[in-house]
Design a protein around this ligand. Sequence first.
Ligand code: SF4
Ligand code: SF4
Length: 373
Amino acid sequence: MSLKMKEKKKIIRNNEKPIQRLRFTVQILFAALCIWIGVEFYLFVRYLETGGTVFYFNRPPGVDGFLPISSLMSFYYFISTGVIHSAHPAGMFIFLAIVLMSLVVGKSFCSWMCPIGFLSELVGDFGEKLFKRKIILPKFLDYPLRSLKYLLLGFFLYSIFYIMTTAAIKAFLDSPYNLVADVKMYYFFADISQLSLIVISVLFLLSIVVRNFWCRYLCPYGALLGIASLISPVKIKRNTASCIDCNLCAKACPSNIKVDKVKTVLSDECTSCLNCIDACPVSDTLHLHTFISKKKKISKKTAAIAIVLIFMAVTGVGMLTGNWQNNLTKEEYLLHYNYMGSYGHPTGAEGFRKLNEQTMKDEKDHKINSNKN
Ligand code: SF4
Ligand code: SF4
């Protein structure tokens, strides 16, 4: 009976142009920008390594975007004090841009800009060609593994927003470790330890077998963006009246969401890649929908423009308000570089607690000394 009814449905072909080429272009441009930042940063570190004897290259502020914990702390410090910390100001604006993108257009950063997401996608495509199918982990493995990224996110949020006081956050942001965290990160990869290399290689191999292994199971940044995306007013809607249940949307979804079974895609795993909408063969059946505009339906192109514009606008505010470059001079960098090996950071909740205690003790000592004077 239901099959007969489906056969009767008048099918109007979906002639809308796919958006994937544009998405790929944005991914390539963003990856090129990251590589450019990497080259500039390498030249900056060379200057430090040679004790300032070679040509000085400005440190590219965009490297702050690769310091998500420091950026999260800067954000916390900003909302607690109204002050933008000067150690890695660009990091906080990049963080805000990425979160705002998720609040407006879903977890779009992951599939439109993130270089790791882009690499994961390429590796996943290779894996599917290699195995001639998409390997999906069974639910009893997939669900617990997906919770790992939330546990990691929970740990960071608990440590920063609950355990640490504003004074301790400031102490961390002011610390020499945080000031040169970017240089330390450079050496993490340039002088990679055997263990780190093994871990990265294993993740790489797992991403060939299971698409987006890192993003789906382990990335705490993705977990945060997934939560933010749930309140985004832009959602993918399926018109059940015109849908022919062909299942092409679900097959095209890299996040294994059963788009063909729901009216509205409400998933923390949806990355707004729009593959499902591109794959739908019936006109006006799968579309982006928003309840805040009278028109309700929004085009794929509008979403793409919004994604890019939000990123450019928020980072642009950072640049135009003078909160982009940090205020460390090259002489200060050269000085820090010599002692960098001895700089450590608090580890685990206990480490953050100790930092709190130390900060309180320092404040108390400072007050006593001021009163004496
Ligand atoms: S539901 Fe659609 S937009 Fe979301 S991840 Fe799947 S294919 Fe991409
Ligand atoms: S692609 Fe999905 S939404 Fe479009 S007709 Fe097929 S099942 Fe329905």
